[in-house]
Design a protein around this ligand. Structure first.
Ligand code: BES
Ligand code: ZN
Length: 610
């Protein structure tokens, strides 16, 4: 093995002698992706045959990624993105002729370009490799971090640029690929992917998958564990650990209704099935829209269906994100702003205007709060990410400001015209990746000019802050909750039938000078510290800590931070502890919680507490 590597290295020295060392990713072309080394305009990887074995003891995946490539310009090399991969051997064609390759020294954000010498007729490049135990995309959960506590669990997270840490690929959202996969797992476990999925355990631990619609590489996903399936309707269903399955199916009972509502807005659902898998608590996000199979945090299983807007959100990505994809991460608002707008429309269709408006207003306040801490240039919808991590662009701005931009445009005409316009955007551009500028040109021609309306589009997209013509969401229920908070000195409100959203707004609206005694009394009456709703817990712990009500609730806060791994739910609580002089507590709790966190979460917390 070592000798083999040496030979490779020698060959490589020859191969690279007359080439530039690192391909330069940055370019003024808006279609060019500064977060990928691949140059698909030269040689492009179109289809992946993935064959991997999952080893829970070593925490590795090993096998082959066989790429069917196209090389119309007869380039002499093809470039892949990799990050922290152990590349063992690369062969060309069916005859498996050994190829020369060079793994360029890594960039701390982008990983390493893998440059493979090819021949003019090469149509297949097979990469033999293994992942490392600390691969950024992979969440290896010990049995103790699952609900069942018997078997370990693995999930992947590809967005934004993590797929390259488990599959060598041309990792840009501007590229689309199809894939087949053979995945071998320990017997007794199920494997599922963003593809056609099994509904039962395979006795020999071998699973085959097919995704024959072109998707961006960040949407390739895999989960392995003690997983069972339960259908909701003919084309929707849920996957979860068996002990949770019934609860999950109850919580997400409206999945079919959501798909029906979404289709009636923006056209047919393109992906066949729509299933959701609820993962262990270590999953770092609320949800991830992997095609055919959304990945979700267990923190949305509130027991009262109050947090199902997350399912509407990930479903909406089946149009905005998966069907029409942001061409680069600077165009991220095209994915998320459209999706939040669309999520609200689905929620309105199912649960009424009031509920959707309440969610919209809550997130509008979150946006305003977050914007106070952002550099002003990061409050533009299209932002400059050259030389930065795509994560730097992931704030409430692309989400909520993006959604409000679309709502403003909607109000320029009426929903009949606007919905028809959006439907045509998806229909015209399905299975392609688009830039902000592509959208703005389409908007001008097919909406603004067509209906002879004008709008301050440039200001919304390329200028910081919130334009004066922003439609401000106004929920009557939230106004009442705020009033109750303003009047807290005069007594407690009647909270019967309050939704978690009203509770969150009430808590966040408590007066700045509210005393610890008030928090104690609220806790005695409403048992907020003991809440099992993650959104209420987040708001209550954060606000309590900032008001000095800390030692009393610290054991529960600790329990929460250890049990919950979703970055958004833990980061704000750690920050509150840090900023109120409890950084030592924060560090102690983090040391205990870290083994249960995915790299995405612990990376952010570590950065905060360093
Ligand atoms: N696609 C995102 C998650 C994401 C964004 C992962 C950027 C990595 C980089 C997903 O659709 C999302 O927005 N999830 C939200 C929940 C949603 C209901 C707003 C989340 O995880 O908090
Ligand atoms: Zn999203």
């Amino acid at each position: 093995m070592k000798i083999h590597l040496l030979v490779c290295l020698l060959l490589l020295a020859l191969f690279t002698a007359c080439k530039q060392e690192t391909p330069t990713p940055a370019s003024p072309d808006p279609k060019a992706d500064p977060h990928s080394f691949a140059q698909p305009n030269l040689a492009v990887a179109k289809h992946l045959d993935l064959s991997l074995k999952v080893d829970f003891d070593q925490k590795t995946l090993s096998g082959t990624a066989a790429w069917t490539i196209e090389n119309p310009g007869k380039a002499s090399e093809i470039i892949f993105d990799t990050d922290n991969l152990d590349i063992q051997k690369i062969t060309l064609g069916k005859e498996a002729k050994e190829a020369k390759f060079h793994l360029v020294a890594p960039d701390s954000v982008l990983g390493s370009a893998l440059r493979v010498a090819i021949e003019p007729t090469t149509d297949l490049v097979t990469i033999h490799y293994a992942t490392r135990s600390d691969a950024a995309a992979l969440g290896w959960m010990e049995p103790s971090m699952t609900v069942g506590k018997k078997l370990p669990f693995l999930f992947t997270q590809g967005q934004a640029i993590l797929t390259r840490s488990w599959i060598p690929c041309q990792d840009s959202p501007g590229n689309r690929i199809t894939y087949n996969a053979n995945i071998e797992v320990p017997t007794g476990m199920m494997a599922v992917m963003s593809a056609e999925n099994p509904q039962q355990i395979s006795p020999d631990g071998k699973y085959s998958f097919k995704m024959d619609l072109p998707i961006a590489p960040y949407l390739i996903a895999l989960a392995v564990g003690d997983i069972a399936f339960k259908p909701i309707s003919g084309r929707t269903g849920v996957y979860a650990e068996p002990v949770m399955l019934e609860k999950v199916a109850w919580e997400f009972a409206d999945m079919e209704k959501m798909v029906v509502a979404a289709e009636s807005l923006y056209g047919p659902y393109a992906w066949g099935r729509f299933d959701v898998i609820v993962l262990p608590t270590g999953f770092p996000f609320g949800g991830m829209e992997n095609p055919k199979l959304t990945f979700a945090t267990p923190t949305v299983i509130a027991g009262d269906r109050s947090l199902v807007s997350l399912v509407a959100h990930e479903l909406a990505h089946s149009w905005s994100g998966n069907l029409v994809t942001n061409a680069t991460w600077a165009d991220f608002w095209l994915n998320e702003g459209f999706t939040v707008y669309f999520e609200r429309r689905i929620m309105e269709a199912l649960y009424g205007w009031d509920f959707a408006e309440m969610q919209d207003e809550l997130e509008y306040h979150e946006l305003l709060a977050e914007m106070e801490d952002l550099d002003s240039s990061d409050t533009q919808l299209k932002i400059d990410l050259i030389g930065r991590s795509p994560d730097d662009g992931s704030s409430m701005v692309p989400y909520q400001k993006g959604s409000m931009f679309l709502r403003m445009l909607e109000q320029k005409t009426d929903r009949g015209k606007w919905d028809a316009f959006l439907k045509s955007w998806f229909e015209t551009n399905k299975f392609t990746s688009k830039t902000t500028e592509d959208f703005l040109a389409f908007l001008q021609k097919n909406y603004l000019d067509k209906y002879q309306v004008t709008a301050n589009v440039e200001e919304w997209v390329y200028k910081p802050g919130i334009p004066a013509n922003c439609p401000v969401p106004q929920s009557g229920k939230l106004a009442a909750a705020k009033k109750a908070a303003d009047n807290i000195a005069n007594g407690f409100p009647d909270t019967n039938n309050w939704t978690p959203q009203e509770w969150v707004h009430f808590i966040r609206s408590l007066p700045e000078n509210a005393e610890v005694a008030t928090f104690k009394k609220l806790d005695e009456k409403f048992h907020l510290t003991q809440s099992t709703n993650a959104q209420i817990q987040l708001a209550w712990y954060e606000v309590s800590i900032r008001h000095g009500y800390v030692t009393e609730i610290l054991p529960q806060v600790e329990d929460y931070l250890v049990k919950v791994g979703r970055r958004y739910l833990v980061l704000a609580v750690y920050r509150a502890l840090k900023e109120t002089g409890h950084v030592e507590d924060a560090r102690r709790i983090f040391a205990k919680a870290k083994p249960g966190y995915h790299a995405v979460s612990w990376g952010s917390v570590e950065e905060l507490l360093k």
